[in-house]
Write a protein that binds this ligand. Structure first.
Ligand SMILES: [Zn+2]
Length: 70
């Protein structure tokens, strides 16, 4: 098991790296590549995708995301 900070709520939680849901985030904007701060979609540049990292998301946030069809 590993401990990390949830991308959604910033809470520390323990997860199994093989099972955890992750979220691809561009560290430059703190958002998924292709998503602007206004939450409008734009084409993701290859550069943005290349520098993006997978961040773990806790089960609470996954539940919330499903409910709102995030
Ligand atoms: Zn969370």
């Amino acid at each position: 098991m590993e401990t990390g900070r949830c991308y959604g709520c910033k809470r520390e939680f323990t997860f199994d790296p093989a099972e955890v849901e992750t979220f691809l985030v561009d560290p430059e904007t703190g958002l998924p590549p292709g998503l602007t701060v206004l939450a409008s979609l734009r084409p993701a540049t290859p550069e943005a995708v290349a520098r993006s990292v997978d961040l773990p998301v806790c089960p609470d946030c996954i539940e919330r995301a499903k409910r709102f069809q995030f």
